[in-house]
Design a protein around this ligand. Structure first.
Ligand SMILES: CC(C)(COP(=O)(O)OP(=O)(O)OC[C@H]1O[C@@H](n2cnc3c(N)ncnc32)[C@H](O)[C@@H]1OP(=O)(O)O)[C@@H](O)C(=O)NCCC(=O)NCCS
Length: 117
């Protein structure tokens, strides 16, 4: 199961200028906001959650919300992603992998889920 998404960094900057942290709180937890810090990284986290929802085949909605997907970072800077337990159980997910890149004003994320057959 694989998902990909691209996000315009300028869109995140506009959202932050208009709504501040409250706007970021619509798709990130406080912990994720503290980790992400810059609009570039925040755009990567947005792309990561959208990609994760595509990897499930559901998109963001009733079955999987932004808060059902959690992102952290290792000391090396590598981002890691995990769904909440009820999602992992429902979709038989053993492990999830995330990679993020940015260039030219865009952030791109790819998520791959290992599932139990
Ligand atoms: C990690 C690295 C591959 C990132 O590549 P880049 O072209 O600079 O930047 P990209 O936009 O493609 O990727 C950046 C994203 O990679 C991810 N990333 C960072 N460190 C990572 C790591 N160790 N492993 C996997 N992913 C990593 C992060 O998500 C980061 O974005 P974020 O911090 O906003 O979340 C690169 O910086 C690198 O190799 N660094 C280690 C070596 C180094 O620092 N060399 C410079 C001195 S020689």
């Amino acid at each position: 199961m694989i998902g990909i998404d691209i996000t315009q960094i300028g869109r995140i900057e506009k959202l932050y200028l208009k709504w501040g942290e409250k706007g970021l709180g619509k798709f990130l937890s406080q912990k994720e906001i503290n980790i992400a810090k810059t609009p570039t990284t925040i755009a990567g986290f947005w792309a990561a959650k959208e990609a994760a929802s595509k990897a499930l085949g559901t998109g963001i909605g009733k079955e999987c919300s932004f808060s059902d997907i959690k992102i952290k970072k290792l000391p090396s800077g590598q981002p890691i992603i995990k769904y909440k337990k009820h999602i992992r159980k429902k979709f038989k997910i053993l492990n999830s992998h995330l990679s993020i890149t940015h260039d030219g004003g865009f952030a791109i994320a790819v998520v791959v889920n290992e599932v139990k057959k």
